[in-house]
Design a binder for this molecule. Structure first.
Ligand code: ADP
Length: 490
């Protein structure tokens, strides 16, 4: 039998144990998908032991207590373990990880210290278990210091000498600022004389980007975009110097959870083969929100964090422009916007419902079941993001027969093929982050909507797309093998 490939996967959250955002989806799905595509991988996931984890749901066992160097002495770490669908998960807590603290806070130093502690404790845990990983795969700023620390120690540390490192990049602007003191507490030097700009030399994410053997962004287009001033957040020149070690692998989607055939939240389940059944979901949404019940009126929707990143601020003016654009089509569109976030944007989205009382409904809350009913009932999902490392909503929408109108950026560009571009089209794309470009593209979509045969073809093609994690997991496996063979030659 082939020797197992040992991968230590580090993240600050993992679904379903603890999830705040997209990183949790990836850390919850990718390790399991890796096990499905390879019988010789021994992947183990490590996450912090937060007080919020529902301990009654899992069978958690204490593994060991150990110490790691801290300031001029030592600090205690405690490791626990649970098994999730066959996957070994380590939960690490200890003196520097207050179990009652929120998962993420606005206190940069406190967060920095706890995630630095977690990163260092995770590396030491592998040693305690006599389990030397071939790959350490860390994610985002929270666990970047594991990679930086490993790059310093593996030169002289036989245990980690052969370990290669991968840094998963889900969102470049979040770098972990204000952490200089946390670095020195763990005896990690600033990266002086490096290619990093001075302001980034004591920040976890840039240090990870500096020292990782390979950097993976969550879509191929985002891997290119971060090399430019528009998306590089000041690190573009540095990142260009590492361009040959950066690639993108598109995230997958949990296609069992997101399945219109079986989704319990829907009024009517449906599939590609009986797309007509989908109509009942639209009628139910219109009735739920007091919109005119007509199948002819195209129903727009948005399911999003209300954040400037998501281009939410473009929507009000785009709707206004859509009202005055002279077209020969029926303009009886309707819209439902579901989201929470920035208070100013929440106000502006609520204002839209007042401005267009017969057309627009604004729902300011987080509501997973409603989001499912929206994907299943709306005709068009608006995703006008300014930047989008990968994006899940366009994939969910396509799987549910809802056609995306998206800005051509990041993962949106990699997954949505525009109507004008060939027989593979599944939606509509626009380039400028402006209300005018969004309005024009919505207008294009409305025109195609009038021809129901073309529209159904778009829906069918979207529903046929393979968004499973299997495809992504195979690409990660290839990357790991390549890195391991390169590292073994050192
Ligand atoms: P990001 O992680 O940047 O917020 P993604 O597109 O990757 O964006 O993922 C967003 C996820 O959160 C999707 O599953 C989407 O359905 C969900 N979501 C966003 N806002 C809401 C909301 N208000 N209610 C329910 N689900 C939401």
């Amino acid at each position: 039998m082939k020797k197992p490939l040992r991968v230590l996967f580090l993240a600050s959250e993992a679904d379903p144990i603890v999830k705040i955002g997209g990183l949790g989806d990836v850390a919850g799905s990718l390790p399991l998908a890796l096990r499905q595509v390879s019988d010789t991988i021994d992947v183990r996931l490590a996450i912090p032991f937060y007080g919020q984890i529902n301990q009654r749901e899992y069978s958690i066992e204490k593994l060991c207590t150990y110490t790691i160097p801290y300031q001029k002495g030592k600090v205690t770490a405690e490791a626990y373990t649970l098994v999730l669908d066959g996957l070994t998960v380590y939960l690490i807590g200890g003196d520097l990880f207050p179990s009652d603290a929120p998962i993420y806070t606005t206190d940069h130093y406190a967060d920095g210290l706890k995630f630095a502690f977690f990163s260092m404790a995770a590396l030491e845990l592998a040693r305690q278990q006599h389990w030397a990983p071939h790959i350490v795969h860390a994610n985002d700023w929270h666990t970047s210091l594991a990679i930086y620390s490993l790059s310093l120690k593996r030169k002289v540390d036989a245990f980690y000498h052969r370990t290669a490192t991968v840094l998963g990049l889900h969102n470049l602007p979040y770098m972990g600022s204000g952490m200089g003191r946390a670095l020195s507490a763990f005896m990690l030097p600033k990266a002086r004389d490096s290619a990093l700009p001075w302001w980034a030399q004591d920040m976890p994410l840039p240090l990870g980007l500096l020292s990782a053997d390979h950097i993976v962004t969550v879509s191929p287009t985002y891997a290119q975009e971060i090399l430019t001033p528009e998306f590089g957040v000041g690190l573009q020149s540095f990142l260009r110097s590492r361009a040959s070690d950066i690639s993108g692998i598109l995230n997958g989607l949990d296609i069992e959870s997101w399945n219109p055939r079986t989704d319990q939240a829907l009024v009517q389940n449906f599939s590609q083969q009986n797309l007509k059944e989908r109509g009942a979901n639209k009628a139910a949404l219109q009735s739920e929100f007091g919109l005119e019940q007509t199948s002819r009126a195209p129903l727009f929707a948005m399911v999003s964090r209300l954040d400037r990143q998501k281009g939410v601020d473009l929507v009000p003016e785009a709707f206004r422009q859509l009202m005055i654009t002279p077209t020969n089509m029926d303009q009886s569109w309707q819209a439902i916007i579901l989201g929470t976030g920035d208070p100013d944007l929440e106000r502006s989205i609520l204002g839209l419902q007042k401005e267009f009382p017969r057309r627009v409904r604004s729902v300011i809350r987080f509501d997973a079941a409603l989001s499912r009913r929206i994907y299943a009932g709306a005709d068009i999902l608006l995703i006008p993001s300014r930047y989008e490392p990968c994006g899940l909503t366009q994939m969910i929408a396509m799987r549910y027969g809802c056609v995306p109108v998206a800005r051509a950026t990041g993962g949106l560009k990699d997954t949505v093929v525009d109507f004008t571009q060939s027989a593979d089209s599944v939606g509509f794309l626009f380039d400028d982050a402006s209300p005018g470009a969004l309005a024009e593209t919505l207008g294009r979509a409305l025109q195609v909507y009038q021809d129901q045969t073309s529209w159904q073809n778009l829906q069918q093609r979207g529903m046929e797309r393979d968004f499973s994690w299997t495809r992504s997991a195979r690409q990660y496996l290839e990357l790991y093998s390549d890195l391991v063979s390169r590292r073994s030659k050192r």
